[in-house]
Write a new protein. Structure first.
Length: 214
């Protein structure tokens, strides 16, 4: 009698597995036919550990990605990445964000206007090429300087004195700084390196020149 029961089990179990797989496959086909988030969520609620569960999750990821792609904003793709930081389409979302970022400002010229050696004071102007609108009317960009005089060096933020717009993509920035430390006296030739961060938070290239203090 026991041997007969075992024979039935060998027949019934594979059949049940086959029926279960067929049911899951049919449910996924129905979900794909609807191709909506609720349809895939209903499938996953019914088959959370099924053989096709990962396929359903991928279809959901694609829907969310296409939604972000249709809006085509940085915020939309960042929202997608919050849901799928390691998804199959995460790298594509990051590429989209990079393509949407405004370009960093480019420093194209640095001119020294005047210097004062007693406190290492320097007045200078920068020529800037930037995307229209990135030099804000409400907040000044940050201008950073690094200066070395012999073995003495320091890093500071320059004071922006004036921004002159030349046209939609170019401007001139007048700025100055001084070093008020105990070793503030500068003499001879010093090296000055300048960079700028615009109001969108993107840093420019560096531009460098030598200064002679007398």
């Amino acid at each position: 009698m026991r041997s007969i029961s075992n024979q039935y089990l060998f027949v019934i179990l594979p059949a049940a597995l086959f029926i279960g797989c067929a049911s899951e496959k049919k449910d996924l086909i129905n979900a794909k036919s609807a191709n909506t988030i609720p349809a895939y969520e209903a499938f996953l609620e019914k088959h959370p550990e099924g053989a096709l569960a990962d396929s359903a999750r991928l279809y959901m990821e694609r829907i969310y990605f296409h939604r972000a792609d249709s809006v085509n904003t940085i915020t939309a793709f960042e929202g997608f990445l919050e849901q799928y930081p390691q998804g199959l389409l995460s790298d594509s979302a990051r590429v989209r964000i990079d393509n949407l970022l405004p370009p960093a400002p480019e420093l194209t010229g640095l001119k020294i206007v005047s210097t004062e050696s007693d406190r290492c004071e320097v007045h200078f102007t920068l020529s800037v090429r930037h995307k229209a609108g990135t030099v804000s009317e409400t907040r000044e960009p940050d201008v950073y300087i690094v200066m070395f005089c012999g073995h003495t060096g320091f890093f500071t933020t320059a004071r922006v004195e004036k921004i002159d717009r030349i046209d939609a993509n170019h401007s001139t920035i007048r700025a100055s700084f001084y070093h008020a430390g105990p070793d503030a006296t500068c003499s001879g030739t010093c090296s000055l390196k300048v960079s700028m961060e615009n109001t969108d938070g993107y840093e420019s290239n560096d531009i460098q020149t030598d200064i002679t203090f007398r």
